[in-house]
Design a protein around this ligand. Structure first.
Ligand SMILES: *Cc1c(COP(=O)(O)O)cnc(C)c1O
Length: 349
């Protein structure tokens, strides 16, 4: 296969999980958000490594994602579904022993009717207006629902990556108001919430991006290296242009490498004329438009033509690349297509 290689350091993921866990008190349990195929890195191997390291609670977005996780971690660990119990999910929830995070009265009714005595958790909306029960709705059913012993009650912060944002304190206060005095575990923090401090931690945290090496967890160990094969090199005279729409023109004699990856592989077209690739740590500018399967790179200053170039590496993090495309590290990771060969490394073994 001529495509690129995505190297994923499972020990770095485990180290990031431990580092995030160390930020909260020992009695706070640090879960693992592993939705969207572990943010594109491969749910099976990532779940297996973290379960082996002691993680006991895994969070996915949709019940369909449950099978891969269950296969990887076996019957023991708890697997929660953020989207709750949707029409069509009953069989997967029952057969795979998934635990839906119920988001509405409708979901509660469905869950209690279809799978009586099957465990569940609850999500409350504290202002993000995306998922979860509205406060009034919750207060109407709260006492009845608590008798059914939910695993926990959770909510999600909208602005946790901006520590000074007043929304954080507002959501915290409302979450407290809606849950204070109930004998049920509580969960509010994802990666950003863990970094906001102990009053946001409650009983269970649910980090995702920090495990995978992304901001806002600045101390995260980098997890991925993406190296791309050079298909062809050529020399350009001054005045020659590169790629669709001639957006880059050589001003001096130029050596150009054409690399096998493009926007169909998650390297967004917005990176055109903006990103860097690296040859053993030496930066080489991406020039011209990113096409569907190809990008072109100025390698004039290298001593020799490289066989591969790296676009994610110690010199360029997922957030550096995200900045070049005006997006976030989350989108860079989850966009990485399935044409790359994923190679799992254990840096500490
Ligand atoms: C995605 C998600 C998380 C994890 O968020 P990160 O910012 O990646 O740590 C936690 N909780 C919910 C409800 C989510 O949707």
């Amino acid at each position: 296969m001529a495509g690129g290689h995505l190297d994923i350091d499972l020990d770095a993921i485990v180290a990031n999980w431990r580092a995030l866990d160390a930020l909260s008190a020992p009695e706070v349990e640090t879960g693992v958000t592993i939705k969207a195929d572990a943010y594109g890195l491969g749910a099976g191997p990532v779940a297996e490594a973290l379960a082996e390291a002691g993680a006991g609670r895994f969070f996915i977005a949709q019940a369909e994602e449950g099978e891969a996780i269950r296969e990887a971690v076996g019957p023991g660990p708890l697997v929660y579904v953020y989207s709750g119990h949707m029409e069509g999910d009953t069989e997967a929830i029952g057969d795979l022993g998934l635990i839906p995070v119920l988001n509405s009265i409708e979901q509660m009714t469905r869950h209690f009717e279809r799978l009586p005595r099957h465990p569940f958790a609850i999500q409350l909306d504290t202002g993000m207006n995306r998922l979860g029960m509205e406060p009034a709705e919750w207060l109407a059913v709260r006492d009845l629902v608590i008798q059914q012993r939910p695993h926990f009650v959770m909510s999600h912060l909208a602005c946790a990556d901006e520590p000074e944002h007043p929304m954080n304190a507002r959501q915290l206060a409302l979450f407290r108001e809606l849950t204070e005095g109930l004998s049920v575990p509580r969960s509010l923090a994802a990666t950003g919430g863990i970094l906001l401090g102990p009053e946001y931690h409650f009983d269970i945290t649910r980090p995702g991006i920090g495990l995978y090496g992304g901001l806002p967890f600045e101390d995260a160990r980098p997890v991925v290296v993406l190296s791309l094969p050079v298909i062809q090199t050529r020399s350009l005279e001054p005045g020659e242009t590169v790629g669709y729409a001639n957006t880059w023109e050589a001003e001096v004699p130029t050596r150009l490498a054409t690399v096998s990856a493009g926007y169909a592989d998650g390297l967004m077209r917005a990176l055109s004329n903006r990103a860097m690739l690296f040859a053993d740590g030496v930066p080489c500018p991406l020039v011209g438009r990113v096409s569907m399967d190809l990008i072109t790179v100025d390698i004039t200053h290298l001593d020799r033509d490289p066989e591969t170039l790296e676009i994610l590496c110690p010199e360029q993090s997922i957030d550096d690349l995200a900045a070049a495309a005006d997006t976030i590290g989350y989108e860079i990771l989850t966009a990485l297509g399935n044409r790359y060969t994923r190679r799992y490394r254990r840096s500490e073994k």
